[in-house]
Design a binder for this molecule. Structure first.
Ligand code: AMP
Ligand code: MG
Length: 396
């Protein structure tokens, strides 16, 4: 492996080159949160679609102070049927249609109503009136293909009358963890055993990336068990994330098992700390990430490599969480490997800064807590000084 280590950037390119977006599906809006829109959606009509009142009050003809006869009511959902003539007013609720003939609304707080008449102060045309099309014009592009659907996008699509939208499918992910030493959280630990944290971490990362986790399995370090579990994963999923067993130890069976199952290796080994032994390949249309067993390395390589693949499969921009920030303190470079440093993000006068959460050795799982970004410090000699700009990947 050592002689063929590639950079993180090269690894990401190879991952994305292997991705073809999944088929598009028609999805009801209430199931679309976290999906990626696969069509440009334009407004079919003006929003709001009619002139309406911005206040509870009285619809009037704009003019000077006056005492008017109240001739009816326009409620939200039930417009006033007639037209308004000078000398009259119509009681109106917020969001109700402005009656024909009226062009202003006097808020109820500024009006005095008595015996079927209302005294109103002077009011200018258009006061407290929301005009049709003020929010969005008919034909205007509302949400673009490729947009991730969050609450604001869903609200706008609903307001525009869409009950369903075309979205990229959610990638199906199988999470396998290998290791004879692993015990499920909640079960007693024997000598030398450790709690399996990768199964829950990788499944959570996959879900947070918009995927459906369709299998979770803990696998013994035996060749046949490893092969069978991988075969089940390949059958069930678009992406298999398997952790551990991907190095060259006597109990590392993932690569030979994948080879037996016909998976093509696209890389093995990235010039990255933590995360060097990561493996990537494809078996038919299924992508396989052989992530390191070390929990920090597994999460870091998921963020840098598997997440972009999942987002691209769903039809999103895989680089959506990449930007740059300034280092808050100097960082010693590693001569051979790029480092992914777990950092907090802070906004200062001169933009975003990153500060390491705590010790960065790969066994410090708690360094992931409070990490809002991974700062990518390129391999090299010496150190990167405080204030230097680095590429970051937002996480969490
Ligand atoms: P491996 O890549 O299988 O050599 O594992 C590297 C390190 O990660 C070892 O210390 C393992 O015990 C640990 N490890 C592997 N899998 C997990 C897991 N699912 N949860 C927590 N630690 C793990
Ligand atoms: Mg292992």
């Amino acid at each position: 492996m050592a002689s063929t280590l590639i950079s993180v950037a090269e690894a990401r390119e190879r991952v994305l080159a292997a991705v073809s977006p999944l088929p598009v599906e028609e999805v009801p809006l209430d199931r679309a949160l976290g999906r990626v829109l696969a069509e440009d959606v334009a407004a079919s009509g003006d929003l709001p679609s009619f002139d309406s009142s911005a206040m509870d009050g009285f619809a009037v003809v704009a003019g000077g102070e006056a005492e008017l006869r109240v001739v009816g009511e326009s409620r939200a959902g039930t417009p006033f049927a007639g037209a308004l003539r000078p000398g009259t007013a119509v009681r109106i609720s917020t969001g109700a249609v402005i009656p024909r003939g009226a062009d202003a609304v006097v808020p109820v707080e500024r009006a005095r109503e008595r015996d079927g008449r209302v005294a109103v102060p002077a009011v200018a045309p258009g006061e407290n009136v929301r005009r049709a099309g003020e929010d969005v014009r008919a034909g205007e592009l509302l949400v673009r293909a490729g947009a991730p659907l969050g609450p604001p996008e869903l609200a706008v699509l609903a307001a525009a009358g869409r009950a369903t939208v075309r979205c990229g499918a959610r990638p199906r992910v199988a999470v396998l963890v290998t290791g004879d030493e692993l015990v499920a959280p909640g079960e007693p630990l024997g000598p030398g055993q450790i709690r399996d944290s990768n199964a829950v971490a990788l499944a959570a990362l996959a879900q947070a990336a918009g995927a459906n986790v369709v299998r979770r399995e803990r696998v013994r370090d035996r060749p046949a068990d490893t092969r069978r579990a991988l075969e089940r994963g390949l059958d069930a999923a678009d992406v298999v994330c398997v952790s551990g067993g991907v190095s060259v130890g006597p109990h590392d069976h993932v690569r030979p098992a994948l080879a037996e199952l016909g998976a093509r290796e696209l890389f093995w080994g990235v010039r990255l700390k933590p995360g060097k032994p990561v493996w990537f390949g494809a078996a038919g249309r299924t992508l396989v990430f052989g992530l390191p067993g070390n929990p920090v390395s597994a999460m870091v390589t998921f963020h840098l490599l598997a997440r972009p693949a999942l987002r691209a499969l769903a039809g999103a921009d895989p680089a959506d969480r990449r930007t740059t920030a300034r280092l808050d303190s100097s960082v010693r470079r590693n001569p051979a490997r790029d480092q992914a440093i777990r950092c907090r993000l802070e906004l200062r006068d001169d933009g975003w800064h990153v500060r390491p959460t705590k010790a960065q050795e790969s066994h410090i799982l708690s360094s992931m807590l409070d990490a809002q970004a991974l700062a990518l410090v390129p391999a090299g000699e010496g150190e990167l000084a405080a204030g230097e700009r680095v590429e970051i990947q937002l996480v969490g």
